[in-house]
Design a protein around this ligand. Structure first.
Ligand SMILES: [Zn+2]
Length: 113
């Protein structure tokens, strides 16, 4: 359900930038979403379709760029990409690590005309 608030936030950011750029229409919105964030592309798209009519972002295309999760090992500082089945460090076999990528969520860029 928090995708609604997130989508409202996206629209606010996009609108502010479009106004600043003196643009009439936003054609494309590029979003970066870490694989560890719980946001679902489809629900963001759903709320976007609901909220964007009659805004500068009406009919804009959403582009979702998912970022893979990366851990830094607690023990040996090795950086690795965990999988669903294996969250152990491939170097020292310690379990898990500090999340250094995968929680991102931001508007990377917009295209206007
Ligand atoms: Zn390690």
């Amino acid at each position: 359900m928090h995708e609604l608030a997130i989508t409202e936030g996206i629209l606010r950011i996009v609108t502010a930038h479009a106004v600043k750029a003196d643009a009439d229409h936003v054609t494309d919105i590029h979003l970066v979403i870490g694989d560890m964030s719980s946001f679902i592309n489809d629900s963001i798209q759903f709320y976007f379709d609901l909220l964007s009519p009659q805004t500068v972002a009406e009919n804009a295309t959403l582009h979702f760029h998912r970022l893979a999760v990366r851990f830094r090992c607690w023990q040996c500082r090795h950086e690795f990409a965990p999988t669903k089945l294996d969250r152990c460090c491939p170097q020292c076999n310690a379990l898990g690590g500090e999340v250094i990528a995968g929680k991102e969520f931001y508007v990377e860029s917009i295209e206007v005309n």
